[in-house]
Design a protein around this ligand. Structure first.
Ligand code: ADP
Ligand code: MG
Ligand code: MG
Length: 252
């Protein structure tokens, strides 16, 4: 599904990603952990095509296409979902209208008929229930005046409605309370199937108490330095990142 080879990326002339490799197959959940400043968020931004975050070299094949050749919207249409792409506030545009447009734009690209207003409403109501957001949130402006936890619920609702095939969730800096953490985890777990894949970026192990990853990777100083199964996250919880040595400590 996603194959990243020797990815290098710099910001303002400083190299942040220094030869990163990662392979993700359909249906897999990969957690990426690592010390502060290691480049975890940068990886998500480079994959999402955020302004100012471009790859210097290396490749990322996504479902057979070269991800870096695609525009941001094309990446979404190809089935990539990036959680941090959405918490922007768009006052005056209803949440419901915004999501319906996004969902139908993607359906059109896939050759599916657009959902009618009533079909979409039905799905949106179910999704609201799933993330425990009152229906009134569908009528409000996109993220307008939403609390942090409500934005998070809304984001997971978008993920559910968009039915992407690769979801990248960056939870490292969001300071989620336990309720919001469980919303994220339930959202991921309910959308897990044999085909949909996830990259869950997290600084702490606690999210992984609720999401059982297939693989855990430690990103330090711009590279994946260690990979393992869920037990690696438990190990990190106990030992911290000191074992990474001086280089990683510097980056922290
Ligand atoms: P992590 O998510 O692992 O904590 P980041 O990817 O956020 O790490 O940051 C990696 C490094 O890149 C840090 O040293 C950070 O200061 C730097 N960095 C990230 N974004 C910018 C930016 N917009 N301008 C300058 N430096 C940045
Ligand atoms: Mg950081
Ligand atoms: Mg980060």
């Amino acid at each position: 599904m996603l194959s990243i080879k020797d990815l290098h990326a710099s910001i303002d002339g400083k190299e942040i990603l220094k030869g990163l490799n990662l392979d993700i197959k359909p249906g897999e959940v990969h957690a990426i952990m690592g010390p502060n400043g290691a480049g975890k968020s940068t990886l998500g931004y480079v994959l999402s095509g955020r302004d100012g975050y471009e790859a210097d070299s290396g490749t990322a094949q996504f479902n057979g296409a070269d991800l870096f050749d695609l525009e941001v919207e094309e990446r979404a249409q190809a089935g990539l979902f990036l959680a941090f792409q959405y918490p922007v506030e768009i006052p005056g545009v209803s949440n419901m209208e915004f999501m319906k447009e996004s969902v139908n734009a993607i359906r059109e690209k896939r050759g599916d008929d657009p959902l009618s207003a009533s079909e979409f409403l039905k799905k949106a109501k179910e999704a609201c229930k799933q993330v425990d957001l009152p229906l009134a949130f569908l009528k409000r402006g996109v993220n307008e005046g939403f609390s942090g936890g409500e934005k998070k619920r809304n984001e997971i609702m978008q993920m559910i409605l968009l039915e992407p095939n690769l979801c990248i969730l960056d939870e490292s800096d969001s300071g989620l309370d336990v309720d919001a953490l469980q919303v994220v985890a339930n959202g991921v777990n309910s959308q897990r199937d044999g085909k949909r894949s996830f990259i869950v970026v997290t600084h702490y192990q606690r999210l992984l108490d609720y999401i059982e990853p297939d693989y855990v990777h430690i990103l330090a100083d711009g590279k994946i330095v260690k990979s393992g199964d869920a037990s690696l996250a438990k190990e990190v919880e106990k030992t911290g990142y000191a074992w990474l040595g001086a280089k990683a400590e510097e980056a922290d």
